[in-house]
Ligand binder design. Structure first.
Ligand SMILES: Cc1ncc(COP(=O)(O)O)c(C=O)c1O
Length: 438
């Protein structure tokens, strides 16, 4: 099979068929588009499983007492949850809805970590009643509320505290979380984290088991993790005098993936090396024994496994300026380019054997000028009906999708060994109005 540019951004099974079509998981993408329609999101099962196994292997191989907890905000789906259960991962949820998906997919509650900066009383109550393993407490309001809720349910609830170590992960501001000016977590530098530990230890229905310090997402450097780990462990050492026992520690997730051909983030092994070595060293120097290390990859599990497929429609050429090629999806199913200038590669899935012939901008069909999926990409000449595929669309696309312009959300299929199975059906017009009351 011939190779194609940016192949490392596609799922592992990506290949080109003798007729010049993109194939994923042994399925011809043109056949999938014909059967399921477009826009279509395709997930490659082999890539998903390999990503899960890579995190388990690389982290547990270096630090056996590691738990891998998938951050389900990146993409939540029942078939995916079942796969995670089979692979032995837990799940990080940040809402009652994500928790319901974990439960419905067969995830054990003890393997669920409940995050979020404004969990409601209802969500806290549902989580405690179900037996959620850990609540990761983000603020003083939640600390008091959870203590009350746990008392009402009659349970002692394990918690971690999310602290903010004031480390800049050098990523987009919208996905940076560990700096001082962030809505997430108790800042260490202001003394609020210390106060949170005092209060947590005085809550009769809460048991503080450790600290959490997620710094951001799409973090391409390993050094910020090491800085955050060191700062948080040093803080934890000082908090011994308050009575803190560090049984668990989490630097969160945020591991980068390549979206475009020139991006080469650290490998899972390199992240694991950096994190486990500074964690081990910090624990030894500060006398912590071997607390459980909890890592929370989201994007890096599902992102590389997903490919979005669109059908080409209209074209607008502005001489000397730009040619827009419009497709049948856009910001409704993938808000990332409009939200934080995310870049993607694009290929013409039914012309993989043809050379690039023109530079175009791929526009979505939504009524916003900012609805551009890919700017200035070199593609073979396209005609209406051709299929444009965007790789690395498995994370933060479908979960952030909307019904803007009353667009039905896309269908999703999972592919493996030449077989495709629908894991979410396309929404219908009826679905769009199902909740309206007239
Ligand atoms: C607490 C926490 N853990 C894990 C993640 C997952 O990040 P990513 O999908 O970049 O791995 C996030 C994402 O925002 C998060 O807030």
């Amino acid at each position: 099979m011939p190779d194609f540019p940016a192949k490392h951004v596609f799922p592992q099974t990506a290949a080109v068929t003798p007729s010049g079509h993109l194939a994923l998981g042994g399925c011809d993408v043109a056949d999938l588009a014909a059967e399921y329609g477009t826009p279509l999101y395709i997930f490659d099962e082999q890539t998903l499983r390999e990503r899960c196994q890579a995190f388990l292997r690389e982290f547990q191989g270096r630090y056996p007492n590691t738990s891998v907890i998938y951050a389900s905000k990146a993409f939540t789906n029942l078939a995916l949850t079942r796969l995670l259960v089979e692979e032995g991962l837990g799940m990080d949820v940040s809402s009652g809805g994500e928790m319901a998906a974990a439960k419905a997919g067969g995830m054990l509650p003890v393997k669920v970590y409940f995050h979020g900066n404004n969990k409601s009383r209802k969500e806290l109550g549902e989580g405690v009643a179900w037996g959620v393993g850990r609540f990761v407490i983000d603020n003083f309001h939640e600390l008091g509320l959870l203590n009350q809720v746990a008392q009402e349910v009659g349970r002692t609830q394990d918690i971690m505290l999310r602290v903010s170590p004031n480390v800049d992960p050098h990523t987009h501001a919208y996905i940076s979380t560990g700096t001082l000016d962030s809505k997430f977590g108790f800042p260490i530098g202001t003394g609020q984290a210390r106060e949170a530990i005092r209060q947590a230890l005085s809550c009769s229905y809460l048991r503080l088991v450790g600290l959490h310090c997620h710094i951001g997402s799409q973090v391409f450097e390993t050094q910020p993790y090491q800085a955050a780990i060191r700062a948080t462990l040093e803080f934890a050492a000082k908090m011994r005098e308050e009575g803190l026992e560090l049984r668990e520690f989490s630097p969160g997730g945020g591991f980068g993936i390549p979206y475009t051909r020139n991006e080469h983030p650290p490998s899972t092994a390199q992240y694991a090396d950096a994190i486990t070595s500074s964690f081990n060293q910090g624990c030894q120097e500060l006398g912590f024994g071997a607390p459980m290390l909890v890592i929370e990859p989201g994007r890096s599990i599902v992102g590389p496994a997903g490919v979005a497929v669109y059908t080409v429609g209209a074209r607008k050429a502005i001489p000397g300026i730009r040619t827009y090629v419009s497709v049948d999806g856009g910001m409704g199913d993938n808000i990332r380019p409009a939200l934080y200038q995310a870049s993607y590669e694009a290929v013409v899935a039914n012309r993989m054997d043809q050379p690039s012939a023109e530079r175009v901008t791929i526009a979505g069909k939504f009524c916003e000028s900012g609805d551009i999926l890919v700017r200035d990409v070199d593609l073979p000449a396209t005609e209406p009906g051709d299929l444009v595929a965007l790789p690395a669309t498995g994370a933060y696309c479908v979960p952030m999708s909307s019904n803007y312009n009353m667009a039905p959300r896309p269908a999703i299929v999972m592919v493996q060994n030449g077989v495709a199975r629908l894991i979410r059906r396309r929404e219908t017009y009826h679905d769009l109005m199902a909740e309206d009351v007239a």
